[in-house]
Design a protein around this ligand. Structure first.
Ligand code: SAH
Ligand code: SF4
Length: 376
């Protein structure tokens, strides 16, 4: 009888050591394998040339090195890259590489779909399917590095320098796997991306925030988007469960938050919804009132098929940013990247799901075409 093989990607050092012990191998093998997997980025046991031949033959009987499969790799006119990955069970997720002048940020997904249904978010229209495993979280980083030729770790001039958990899904609804994956990603003898270069974005799963600061220890971003509960209840419905007062208190208490390591407040700019001067003033006032070391990130809304929200005018966005600046806050406007390949914030969704939307639109158009022409 054959037993199912185990994916080595996604195991912590301790788990890897245990898995090897179970087939009679000594702990130093785990160190060797760790180096091959996460420092060299080896994709198969055959590539692990410092292992004996017998070892290279034995390992595949029990284990494999699994990455998500790249189904599609798109590059935007602005240089943003997007990967559509297929997971072992056929589900699909996306990751995006946003290049900047001297470095880049890889935006990874934490769930297939999302359970939180924020009104302005494309991912939120896709039902939650499941949490990603630690292997699938780490695998996105590894597959992106494969595609950019960025192995071994520590190469000069690499693009994937920062990691942001801002893709599909809510990372704090998948706490254990996110924690485990980030521990692997941060390990200095492997992928080696430091905690200061990792940002976790949450829509406000308040009870998990303190634990995130203590146990995951990365920078925090909050999807704030509104300064009044009535509006935030609509835009970010988890606010009904954890209203602004509880969220802002949790931000003030976030273990990593200091002036040198401020919390990023993300604010999507929605035309005539949350972009007034009064909102900007209230935003600054709240940060002072709760004593939150905050900086802002103003995100012009990225439209997607079927949404009724619109992007705030350039004037409104600049006015908003200036008010915050004048009150002493950093409030850069994040220029939309990769909109042409649906890779911008909040546009991600499994391609098969997008196809359903397109099919629906095509059907509607066909129905209109065949309808009798209106008399003029
Ligand atoms: N679930 C987490 C992380 C993923 S969303 C969270 O909500 O924080 C990453 C960011 O993109 C969030 O701030 C989210 O509110 C924002 N976003 C979602 N849809 C958007 C859209 N259509 N345009 C611009 N930003 C959007
Ligand atoms: Fe989920 Fe974040 Fe989108 Fe809200 S904004 S639906 S929490 S992915």
């Amino acid at each position: 009888m054959t037993t199912a093989r185990t994916n080595l990607i996604g195991l912590t050092r301790e788990e890897l050591t245990e898995a090897l012990a179970a087939i009679g191998e000594k702990p130093f093998r785990a160190k060797q394998l760790w180096h091959w997997l996460y420092h060299q980025g080896a994709k198969s046991f055959d590539d692990m040339t410092t292992l004996s031949k017998s070892m290279r033959e034995k390992l595949p009987e029990h284990f494999y090195v699994g990455r998500p499969e790249v189904v599609q790799h798109l590059t935007s006119v602005d240089g943003t890259q997007k990967w559509l990955f297929r997971l072992e069970d056929g589900n699909e997720i996306e990751a995006v590489l946003i290049p900047e002048e001297d470095r880049g940020a890889l935006c990874i997904s934490s769930q297939v779909g999302c359970s939180l249904n924020c009104a302005f978010c494309n991912t939120g229209t896709q039902r939650i399917v499941r949490n990603l495993t630690a292997a699938e979280l780490v695998g996105q980083v590894m597959a992106a590095r494969d595609s950019q030729g960025e192995w071994p770790s520590g190469l000069d001039g690499r693009k994937i320098v920062n990691i942001v958990l801002m893709g599909m899904g809510e990372p704090l609804m998948n706490f254990d796997n996110v924690k485990k994956a980030l521990k692997i990603i941060k390990d200095g003898e492997g992928i080696a991306i430091s905690r200061r270069r990792i940002t976790l974005s949450t829509s406000g799963v308040v009870p998990m925030m303190a634990r995130a600061g203590e146990e995951i220890d990365v920078d925090l971003a909050i999807s704030l988007h509104a300064v009044r509960d009535e509006l935030r209840d609509v835009l970010v419905p988890i606010n009904k469960k954890y209203p602004l007062d509880s969220l802002l208190k949790a931000c003030a208490a976030y273990p990593g938050a200091r002036n040198s390591r401020r919390i990023t407040m993300e604010y999507v700019m929605l035309k005539d919804v949350n972009d007034s001067e009064a909102d900007a003033h209230l935003l600054a006032k709240l940060m002072r009132q709760y004593d939150i070391p905050a900086k802002f990130n103003l995100i012009p809304f990225n439209p997607w098929p079927g949404t009724s929200y619109e992007t705030s005018s350039n004037n409104a966005v600049h006015r908003f940013s200036k008010i915050l600046n004048d009150l002493g806050f950093s409030a850069p406007i994040r220029h939309p990247r990769g909109r042409d390949i649906m890779a911008a914030c909040g546009q991600l969704k499994s391609a098969s799901e997008n196809q359903k939307l397109k099919d629906l639109a095509a059907k509607r158009e066909a129905a209109l075409d065949s309808a009798p022409a209106p008399s003029i």
